[in-house]
Ligand binder design. Structure first.
Ligand code: TXA
Ligand code: MG
Length: 523
């Protein structure tokens, strides 16, 4: 099919109106995003919209009208709440859901008994509806699943050859789709946030709810109040991760990433390849630029993208709703401490993994260092240790660590004793030091019960022979002592069973790329 590119002139709009009258498909500008329009009352035409977009047929379309009174034939009843919203806002980036009348085909309503109606503000859109002489059903004019089109070029990219015509009306003002509010529920509920904000709707309706699915994902087997919520949305080809946290934390985090892109605000100090979407203080600018930015990331060949999170209220709610979907709900929250656990058998080479994690921006908290600090000269812990392991482990006020290790690690029972004395204090200190993205390097992570506080656990294991050699070399101890230590530890099976990731450091593994693989999976 040849797709005509039209302009927003009277003549072209009239021609486009004819196409729609005759059951064809025309993409047109609105103040939110470009729509892909067909006669809303013509079942066959409506079905061709679903085909052109590759859209699931149970996802209902919005019916666009040119005048306020045009809503009456489409719905069973214009309720007082609907009337109040129409009077206060229409024409606007606002869609109202009501019980449908019989003239709306089920193809348009996705099989539902309700219909979504919107009177756009955009003059070209309304002129087209008038020229068509019918209400126009129009979803966003993108291929299903891709970011919505906010520029004519986006529509050309997605729809050329699939539809009759595209009216080029320049860039869309808002850049995110309309607010969708249902008045068919007990309490007016926002199903999709947009430029008409919850705060604005409340001034007219009083109480307005926001569907839980707006800011978070839907639980599996939860039924969607708006079918559109359950589908994958706005997804660039790149894997997007939404990063919560203030500017500075975001910059630090992103600048420590390698082979990644950032989706950030203007003025953010980003040292890796990046694309901006608006400015931090202006959520309208974010809305306007987001979808284009997502498309540009793909054009730039981004594979992994860390996106700075917008705020969640005002128009920010609409931006957040789109971006968290684009990220398929992958979120890293830097305002919370992001604690990873690193553990493993003695001699397995945990240290190398810790070093590798540092290069990925992790702050490594070394529990051995904390343990040493806690047993420094003059520490009250020393006398407790002496009572348990013998007075001679302290010499001239100084702890003889080698001697303590020899005694404490000689059997499981003795190790447990040492842990009982040291662990509570070590845990407290670890927690105090944990900030942002960090990993607690703790050989005794499980024994101390620290795993409960860890987001993900990485364990390092190695063959027994290898560990034995390493320990003897590293600590200059006898083979007998080294074996005792190894035997006092948890088994390899235990680490494998209780960790999220296991690195087998047998000398052949490239630790850095093993760590990178893990990071790619979780960050
Ligand atoms: O700004 C907009 O609303 C744009 C422009 C073109 O007007 N249109 C748009 O349409 O975004 P679309 O189809 O991409 O999104 C419509 C959303 C979908 O999530 C759909 O599930 C929901 O509205 N929806 C439509 N009718 C509904 C109904 N009867 N009940 C619940 N949700 C409905
Ligand atoms: Mg859409």
């Amino acid at each position: 099919m040849e797709t005509k590119i039209l302009s927003a002139t009277k003549k072209d709009i009239a021609a486009a109106g004819e196409i729609i009258k005759n059951g064809g498909l025309v993409a047109f500008p609105t103040e939110t995003v470009y729509g892909l329009g067909a006669n809303a009352l013509d079942e066959k035409a409506v079905k061709s919209i679903f085909a052109a977009k590759g859209r699931p047929s149970d996802n209902p379309l919005i019916v666009h009208i040119a005048e306020k009174e045009d809503i009456y034939p489409l719905v069973k009843e214009v309720t007082p709440e609907a009337k109040a919203l129409i009077d206060a806002f229409f024409p606007a980036p606002l869609t109202i859901i009501l019980k449908k009348s019989n003239i709306i085909p089920y193809a348009t309503s996705g099989g539902l008994d309700t219909v979504a109606v919107r009177m756009p503000k955009n003059e070209t859109a309304r002129a087209l509806i008038k020229a068509s002489g019918c209400p126009i059903a129009a979803p966003s004019a993108n291929t299903s699943g891709l970011p919505s089109p906010t520029k004519a070029q986006h529509v050309i990219d997605d729809m050329t050859g699939k539809i009759d015509a595209i009216i080029d009306g320049g860039d869309c003002d808002y850049g995110v789709e309309s607010t969708v509010i249902t008045l068919a529920a007990d309490v007016p509920t926002i199903l999709r946030p947009g430029a008409v904000t919850k705060e604005m709707l409340e001034t007219v309706l009083g109480r307005v709810e926001v569907s839980r699915a707006v800011l978070s994902g839907m639980a599996e087997n939860e039924t969607a109040s708006s079918p559109g919520m359950k589908y994958k949305h706005y997804s660039p080809k790149a894997q997007l991760v939404l990063v919560e946290g203030a500017k500075k934390r975001f910059e630090e985090f992103v600048n420590s990433r390698k082979n990644a892109f950032a989706l950030c605000f203007e003025g953010d100090d980003i040292k890796i390849p990046h694309i901006t979407y608006g400015s931090e203080s202006d959520d309208l600018s974010q809305a306007k630029e987001l979808f284009d930015a997502l498309r540009r990331l793909d054009e730039a060949g981004a594979v992994k993208v860390y996106a700075r999170a917008p705020r969640k209220n005002g128009v920010g709610m609409a931006v957040y709703n789109r971006i968290i979907r684009a990220a398929a709900f992958r979120v890293i929250d830097l305002t919370k401490t992001f604690v990873f656990g690193l553990t493993g058998q003695t001699g397995a080479g945990k240290g190398f993994v810790g070093e590798a994690l540092k290069t990925f921006g992790f702050n490594v908290i070394d529990s051995d260092r904390i343990s040493r600090e806690l047993t420094d000269r003059g520490s009250p812990v020393l006398s407790v240790l002496q009572a348990e392991f013998g007075a001679d482990i302290v010499n001239g006020g100084e702890l003889n660590r080698a001697l303590l290790a020899q005694r404490a690690f000689s059997s499981r029972e003795r190790t447990d004793e040492l842990n009982r004395i040291l662990h509570p204090a070590i845990i407290e200190r670890c927690k105090k030091e944990a900030k942002g993205l960090c990993v607690i390097d703790a050989p005794q992570l499980f024994e101390a019960g620290l795993e409960k506080d860890c987001y993900k656990i990485i364990a390092v294991v190695a063959p027994r022979e290898t560990r034995l050699e390493r320990i003897i070399l590293r600590d200059g101890i006898t083979e007998k002592n080294a074996l005792e230590r190894i035997n006092a530890q948890l088994s390899e099976e235990y680490y494998i069973k209780n960790s999220d990731f296991v690195i087998v450091n047998d000398g052949k593994t490239d630790v850095k790329s093993a760590v990178k693989e893990i990071i790619d999976e979780i960050l």
